[in-house]
Ligand binder design. Structure first.
Ligand SMILES: CC(C)(COP(=O)(O)OP(=O)(O)OC[C@H]1O[C@@H](n2cnc3c(N)ncnc32)[C@H](O)[C@@H]1OP(=O)(O)O)[C@@H](O)C(=O)NCCC(=O)NCCS
Length: 184
């Protein structure tokens, strides 16, 4: 996995860890998601949003899926804590075993603009290839910081759906851009 002076990337393999380690990771993930939602990003949640609700999302939805190998989770670590994440959610449909969704691309505000998200995307594409998934799909808030990120790693814009999701901070509906990438 790639490393530099400030962060390391590693896959989350909770079934190989102690319960106390997993609990600590869930705390970090709860904090990460809460900070991102409070910052106004469109990642399925709206305010008010507590640390406990954020932690519960990872524990109830992501952890079982990772343990069952339906999702692969990649984290960026710095000084022993999780500062970034991205998920590869393997399409379960029998006729889409070549496809996976990219989700929960999140980097702690204090660690943004250091190339962490781009490094996470490069590494998660390797996971996709390992899984035989050659088509990646995702949606992101129209005009968000994530759209140039995805474009910069080769995602194509399929189109935009207006009024797709509620803004996390304000009472309005925002558009979403749908994107895809075919892996060579
Ligand atoms: C989007 C996000 C993951 C980017 O993380 P990051 O580690 O800061 O991104 P990187 O440093 O790897 O930047 C990669 C590219 O993304 C784009 N980008 C990232 N942050 C940006 C910003 N604030 N403004 C404009 N473009 C930005 C740029 O194209 C950048 O390339 P460049 O630095 O060569 O110009 C981060 O801003 C974040 O967590 N946002 C909130 C959550 C979110 O919206 N996630 C996406 C859900 S689909």
């Amino acid at each position: 996995m790639g490393t530099d002076k400030t962060y390391t990337l590693a896959e989350w393999l909770p079934h190989t860890l102690s319960d106390s380690e997993v609990q600590r990771h869930l705390d970090d993930l709860g904090e990460l998601l809460k900070q991102i939602v409070e910052g106004g990003a469109s990642v399925n949640f709206i305010l008010p949003f507590t640390h406990q609700e954020a932690r519960q999302y990872w524990e109830d939805n992501v952890l079982p899926s990772v343990v069952n190998r339906k999702t692969r989770a990649l984290f960026a670590w710095s000084e022993g804590r999780i500062v970034g994440t991205v998920l590869l959610m393997l399409a379960p449909q029998p006729n889409q075993r070549h496809r996976a969704d990219i989700g929960k691309m999140l980097v702690l505000p204090a660690f943004q603009r250091r190339g962490i998200a781009r490094a996470l995307m490069t590494a998660i594409e390797d996971f996709a290839r390992e899984e035989g998934r050659t088509l990646l799909t995702l949606d992101t808030n129209f005009d968000s910081h994530a759209e140039p990120l995805y474009r910069s790693v080769g995602f194509q814009v399929l189109g935009t759906i207006p009024r797709y999701s509620r803004n996390s901070l304000e009472d309005r509906l925002d558009a979403a851009t749908f994107m895809y990438k075919e892996l060579a």
